[in-house]
Design a protein around this ligand. Structure first.
Ligand code: NAI
Length: 458
C-alpha cells in the first residue's frame, strides 16, 4: 500500500506531460510526474527547440551571404559549427530550467525514474517506479515516441559507428559533413537537410514516396522541392534504401540499383509511439497499430487513464500534445472541453518555411467536398517584397463552397509559421469569408496575403 493517494500521476515529462503537470498543479491537484531521462522530452532536448537553434544559425549565415541584395556587405562570413552546437546546448539548458521552475511553482513533484502501470489498488491505480509503489486517482500517459530504426542492411552498425545519425546525434555534430545523405524526406529530414545545405554540405534526400514532406498540400510540397533543388539539394524519390555501407547509401530506383556517397547519413524515417514496458496490459488499455487509443478528450477505454501527445499516435506535434494535455486535465477537473483536430496547424521550419492548417486540396477531392481555391505568391504582401529577395512563395486558401468558410490554408514563405495561427483561428471558429473580409490586418505584414487571397475569391 502506498503512503498517500495522489490526484494525478503523469508518466513522461515532455510537452504533453509537463504541461499537464503545470495545469493540474495550478488547479490545486496533488501531482507527481515521472521522467526517466530529461524534463522537456524530445521536443526540448533533441527536437523542436535545438533544431530551431541550428536553423536560425543557418538563417543568419544565409542572410550574411546574401547581404549584397539588401545593400549589406558581410565579407568572409563563416560558420563555426562547434559554436552552433555550444549555443544549442545553452538554449536547451535554459528551456529545461524553465520547465523545472514551472514544476516547482505549481507544486509538482518530479521523480527521475522509469514508471509503469501495475494494475489497481481498490478504486485507485497503482504505479511502480524503482520498486516503490505509488497510487493515484488519475493517470496521464505522456511517454512520447522514438525514432524508427528500419531493418536496412548496415543501419545498426552505422548507428554504432557514428556514420548513421538520428535526429538526436545530428544535433551534436561539431563538424559539417561534406556529403550528407538524408534517408526520409519528411519533416525532420527536410529541416536538417535545409540547415546542412545552407552551411555548405552537399545534401541528397532519398525518399521512398513520390513526393517529399508527407501529406502537405501537393502544390506547396512541389514548390518546396523545386526551391531546394534550385539551391542545389539532390532528391531521389520513389527510392527504396537497400543498404548503408562502404560510405554509401544504396537504393533501388525503378528497379535499378543506385548509390550515393556519404560522409554522414541522417536516418529520419518516422517515429513510433513509446508504449512498451508501460504496463498497459495490467489495466487492459486498448492500443491500435502501436498507439494508445483515445477520444478527443484524451480518455482511454479505462476511465481515469488518459494518453496525450505522440503516444496516442494522433498528431506527432508538440502543440497537439499541449492542447491534449490541457483538455485531459480539464476533463479530470470535471470541466468540458475537447481538442478540435480539424484546425491543427503544422510547420516545417525550412527556409522558406512551410505552414499548413486544415484540409489540403487532395483531401477535399478524396472526401468529395466542393471547394474553391486561390493560390497567390506571398509577394502580394508589400512587407514580404521589402524583406525578401526573389524568394519563391505561395499562399493557398481553400474554401468550402457550400458554407463559404475557410477550410484550408497552406503557405510557403518567410513568416509562414507565425501567421498560420490566424488561419487556424478562422477555421476553428468557422468564420465565413465575409467575416474574414471584415477583419483588420495590420499593415504592412505578411499576414495580409491571406486577406488578399480572400478578396480574390469569386
Ligand atoms: P516523417 O513521417 O515526417 O517522414 C519520414 C519520411 O521517411 C516519410 O516521407 C517516409 O516516406 C520516408 N521513409 C520511410 N521509410 C523510408 C525508407 N526506408 N527509405 C526512404 N524513405 C523512407 O518522420 P520524421 O521526419 O522522422 O519526423 C518524425 C515526427 O516528428 C513527425 O511525425 C513530425 O510530425 C515530428 N516532427 C515535427 C516537426 C515540426 O513540427 N516542425 C519537426 C520535426 C519532427
Amino acid at each position: 500500500m502506498a503512503e498517500n493517494v495522489l490526484d494525478l500521476i503523469i508518466i513522461g515529462g515532455g510537452p504533453g506531460g509537463y504541461l499537464a503537470a503545470e495545469r493540474a498543479g495550478h488547479a490545486g491537484l496533488s501531482v507527481t510526474l515521472f521522467e526517466k531521462a530529461e524534463l522537456g522530452g524530445v521536443c526540448l532536448n533533441e527536437g523542436c527547440i535545438p533544431s530551431k537553434t541550428f536553423l536560425y544559425s543557418g538563417k543568419v549565415f544565409e542572410h550574411a551571404n546574401n547581404g549584397k541584395a539588401f545593400g549589406v556587405s558581410a565579407d568572409n562570413a563563416g560558420i563555426d559549427q562547434k559554436a552552433v552546437v555550444k549555443r544549442k546546448n545553452k538554449v536547451v539548458k535554459t528551456n529545461v530550467l524553465g520547465v523545472k521552475g514551472k514544476m516547482k511553482a505549481n507544486n509538482v513533484t518530479v521523480i527521475s525514474a522509469e514508471a509503469r502501470l501495475a494494475g489497481r489498488s481498490g478504486s485507485n491505480f497503482k504505479i511502480v517506479a524503482e520498486d516503490k509503489d505509488y497510487e493515484a486517482k488519475n493517470v496521464i500517459l505522456a511517454t512520447g515516441s522514438h525514432a524508427i530504426v528500419p531493418p536496412i542492411k548496415g543501419v545498426k552498425e552505422g548507428l554504432e559507428s557514428g556514420f548513421v545519425l538520428s535526429n538526436k546525434e545530428i544535433l551534436d555534430l561539431e563538424t559539417i559533413p561534406e556529403k550528407l545523405v538524408v534517408i526520409g524526406g519528411g519533416v525532420i529530414g527536410l529541416e536538417m537537410a535545409s540547415y546542412f545545405l545552407t552551411v555548405g554540405s552537399q545534401v541528397t534526400v532519398v525518399e521512398m514516396l513520390d513526393h517529399i514532406a508527407g501529406d502537405i498540400d501537393k502544390e506547396v510540397g512541389d514548390l518546396l522541392q523545386k526551391t531546394y533543388a534550385g539551391k542545389g539539394m539532390k532528391f531521389f524519390l520513389n527510392s527504396q534504401v537497400t543498404a548503408v555501407e562502404d560510405g554509401q547509401v544504396k537504393f533501388e530506383l525503378d528497379g535499378k540499383a543506385e548509390a550515393v556517397p556519404a560522409d554522414k547519413v541522417l536516418l529520419s524515417v518516422g517515429r513510433r509511439p513509446s508504449i512498451q514496458d508501460l504496463g498497459l496490459e495490467s489495466l487492459g488499455i486498448y492500443t491500435e497499430q502501436g498507439h494508445i487509443v483515445t477520444d478527443d478528450r484524451g480518455r482511454t477505454n479505462v476511465p481515469g487513464i488518459y494518453a496525450v501527445g505522440d503516444v496516442n499516435g494522433r498528431w506527432m506535434l508538440a502543440h497537439a500534445a499541449y492542447r491534449e494535455a490541457e483538455v485531459a486535465v480539464k476533463t479530470i477537473l470535471g470541466q468540458k472541453d475537447n481538442v478540435r483536430y480539424n484546425a491543427m496547424p503544422s510547420v516545417i521550419y525550412t527556409n522558406p518555411e512551410v505552414a499548413s492548417v486544415g484540409l489540403t486540396e487532395e483531401e477535399c477531392k478524396d472526401r468529395g467536398i466542393e471547394y474553391k481555391k486561390v493560390s497567390i505568391p506571398m509577394s502580394y504582401s508589400g512587407r514580404f517584397v521589402a524583406e525578401t529577395d526573389r524568394e519563391r512563395s505561395l499562399c493557398k486558401i481553400i474554401v468550402d463552397t457550400a458554407h463559404d468558410r475557410l477550410i484550408g490554408c497552406h503557405l510557403l514563405g518567410s513568416y509562414a509559421s507565425e501567421l498560420i495561427i490566424s488561419a487556424g483561428i478562422m477555421i476553428e471558429t468557422e468564420m465565413t469569408i465575409d467575416e474574414i473580409r471584415e477583419a483588420i490586418f495590420p499593415h504592412p505584414t505578411v499576414a495580409e496575403v491571406i486577406r488578399e487571397a480572400v478578396f480574390m475569391l469569386d
